[in-house]
Design a protein around this ligand. Structure first.
Ligand code: NAD
Length: 433
């Protein structure tokens, strides 16, 4: 394809160079003369392994031009990739001035020339930015079908940017409605088969990735501080932690849904935090993890209260599916709070047989939900018949049955991420979606 790249910094220079290697013809646009001169001479404007060689080759083959003239670049290109900076404002917020300026400039050129263009925003921008730029700059061009606007987050890392561009760890493409772009040729520019999201979804994905990476570093460093304090080699501890690719380094525990609970995570986290406090160690991430979980449990309660329904059913009471362990269960906490607020409850959990509860599990049930025996139903239909609102934390009923029983006046609150529930013919809502 014929491609223009606006902004020739770390992202733009690598993008331009790698696209020439893939056989595309590229024009780079920047406002800094030194960067333009470097590219015109086949040199890299930044220090990045492998980039000099790629740019020299592109220069030799005549595949890469560089200019400060936006109109000339657009005259040459079918797809335009925007990689200008989005720095922080003094307030900590995001400065979209460079992106807005480039978008305005591009819109003016395309309006004047009538040329069509696929526009791909790659600068990191907060959810909602692409949609507001679309309205601000490209509304009439989009209506005329002259512009297709996409948001494709960039995941390269400086220092291995060329390798990361060629073999991205993740590829995602945001479109206005989350469906495939009209012109599928553009997908090939970014390595073939990116996951499709809406503009906002793709924007959030980039921030979710970076926050996740930052949290991993902070977490490893908190374990590190603890280790050093205990005269342990935390590098070795974390190395062994990383050997577990089933639970630790995996997609486990990364799905939005219920607050965490059970007899281990809350207890062990609070023991570690207590030890940190006793020893004078700052462990703010671990402390915040507990606070975040409490905030999530509060959100769950608020969603139930906001529904205005007084008769509530709970499907799944134990702390997770496949066990009768009630200790630390977020659903037990919800039940306690709803009973205290005067709601009428019915509960179904196929794993739960009160006569078979023993020890700490039975004691916790007695302490927190002494009336549980009178609330338990032996099947889900009894719960549905009684309830205006059904809170589903486990799949303890077949979808087909739920479909038959659910009436339009029912409210369903999905806490587990059961996507089929969205098709039920009643009011339904998810805890995080
Ligand atoms: N650097 C990274 O590792 C990385 C990785 C992924 C995503 N990102 C995101 O990509 C975007 C770009 O990052 P970067 O590190 O390449 O930024 P950068 O500051 O290195 O480069 C931005 C370039 O845009 C140019 N520019 C500014 N206004 C322009 C205009 N009107 N017309 C043409 N060019 C203009 C600047 O002169 C500069 O060369 C940011 O949103 C960043 O958050 C960066």
């Amino acid at each position: 394809m014929k491609v223009s790249v606006f902004g020739l910094g770390y992202v733009g220079a690598v993008t331009a160079a790698c696209m020439t290697r893939a056989g595309h013809e590229v024009v780079g646009v920047d406002v800094q003369p030194a960067k333009l001169q470097a590219l015109q001479q086949g040199r890299s404007p930044i220090v990045e392994p492998g980039l000099d060689a790629l740019l020299a080759q592109a220069h030799q083959q005549g595949r890469l031009q560089a200019t400060d003239d936006a109109a000339a670049a657009l005259a040459h290109s079918e797809a335009c990739i925007i990689c200008v900076g989005t720095p922080s404002l003094a307030s900590g917020g995001l400065n979209l001035d460079f992106v807005r300026k480039v978008c305005t400039q591009i819109a003016e050129v395309l309006s004047a020339t009538g040329k069509s263009q696929i526009l791909v925003l790659r600068s990191t921008m907060l959810p909602g930015s692409t949609r507001s730029l679309a309205a601000e700059c490209f509304a009439s061009l989009q209506q005329r079908g002259q512009v297709e606007l996409l948001f494709a987050p960039e995941f390269l890392r400086e220092g291995s940017a060329v390798a990361d561009f060629e073999q991205p760890s993740l590829a995602a493409m945001g479109t206005a409605d989350g469906t495939a772009p009209r012109n599928s040729a553009v997908l090939a520019l970014f390595g073939g088969q990116p996951s499709l999201l809406t503009w906002e979804g793709a924007e959030l994905l980039k921030y979710a990735c970076n926050s996740w990476h930052a949290m991993k570093v902070a977490f490893a460093n908190e374990v590190g501080r603890l280790g050093k304090h205990l005269q342990l080699d935390s590098r070795k501890v974390m190395e062994v932690l990383c050997q577990d690719s089933r639970l630790n380094i995996s997609s486990h525990y990364l799905r939005p849904g219920a607050p965490f609970g059970g007899s281990c995570l809350p207890k062990d986290l609070s023991a570690l935090i207590a030890m940190g406090r006793r020893e004078g160690l700052a462990l703010p991430l671990l402390e915040a993890t507990t606070q975040s979980n409490q905030a999530h449990a509060q959100t769950l309660l608020r969603l139930v209260l906001r529904s205005g329904c007084r008769r509530v059913g709970i499907l799944g009471l134990s702390f997770k599916a496949g066990t009768d362990d009630l200790r630390g269960s977020p659903m037990v906490e919800l039940a306690e709070q709803l009973l205290a607020a005067g709601h009428e409850l019915r509960i179904h959990d196929p794993q739960l047989h009160l006569a078979q509860l023993h020890g700490a599990n039975a004691a916790e049930m007695q302490r927190r939900l002494p009336r549980l025996a009178g609330l338990l139903c032996s099947n889900a239909q009894q719960v549905l018949d009684h309830s205006e609102l059904l809170v589903i934390s486990q799949r303890c009923v077949e979808y087909a049955q739920l479909q038959t029983w659910a009436q339009p006046q029912h409210h369903v609150l999905d806490v587990m991420g059961w996507s089929q529930l969205q098709e039920l013919n009643c009011h339904q809502e998810g805890i995080c979606w």
